[in-house]
Write a protein that binds this ligand. Sequence first.
Ligand SMILES: Cc1ncc(COP(=O)(O)O)c(C=O)c1O
Length: 347
Amino acid sequence: MFNCDYLEGAHPEILKRLSETNMVQTPGYGVDSYCDHARELIRKQVGDDKAYVQFLVGGTQTNMTVLAYLMRHHEGVIAADTGHIAVHETGSVEATGHKVLTIANSEGKITAKQVDDYVNAHNADEMKQHMVKPKVVFIGYATEEGTLYSKRELMDLYDVCKKHDLYLYVDGARMGYGLTSEKSDLTMKDIYDYSDVFYIGGTKVGALFGEAIVFKSTTPHDDFRYLMKQKGGLMAKGRLLGIQFETLFDGEGEDCLYYQISAHANRLAMKFKKRVKELGIELYQDSFTNQQFPIFTDELLEKLSKDYSFNYWCRVDDTHSAVRVCTSWATLEENVDRLLADIEKYM
Ligand SMILES: Cc1ncc(COP(=O)(O)O)c(C=O)c1O
């Protein structure tokens, strides 16, 4: 199965640590020493010992809780029309009373100019008080299409957000795969410096579950835990999240499990990409991360589907479809090799 990056349980190191610490007694709700240590390790990653870190279980819950926290009643969040909150979260942000204000994506991304134009148009509209006021910009790193913002693009987005008094929020469900991509010119510290809040995805990068939310020290965060609780996210056995993030970030700089296992997935994704291109197969998106989007003929897809599964992405023309092929921390190279050999055989 190559559908996604959460097909297996957890990295063995994480299971080992969960097992080793199983009988240790701790207070509940994420105020235990494992969570505190994980917070310390994450603060080291972003280079600010005042960064505010909390843990939640899943991505939708994180997006919905953080965004509801950042906005007042009449405010909304700008996102690409391909943004996860716009298409794949069952309207969970809207269900908190905040509209998702979509703008057209290009390669899964939006630009500072688009945000500037959008807010300027809003401000110039004499009926603006009859409309939802933009307050947050949502982007993914990596994006839902596997693409990456450059440091320049992120800095420009951050600047335009500051110009208009908006928050920049980065969904890092796949941050590891983004940061370890050969095309990335960012570090986690850069993401911290040039955003207001972001989260580090654990669920898709080796954890059994869990996302670490990082508020820049200057971003308001008082009472965030009240909202976590109200949204059902304050986990009683919160230590399980701390132990996992401790294991993922135990090390110096990028010398820790989180980056090592992400780099593994990217290496296999790049091997896949290179070979399918050599075989003359086009890609729907030029991704340099663990999600790849080959365009298969109907005939090839039907043959491959007997032994493999992918996420169907979109119809490209009368005889071709794009599918998502994901590698992950858990992918075995021999399985990628087998898939590549079968693609070649069936072509
Ligand atoms: C970019 C991104 N954000 C958020 C989510 C939501 O995560 P979850 O399924 O844990 O709610 C996903 C899940 O696929 C995702 O790809």
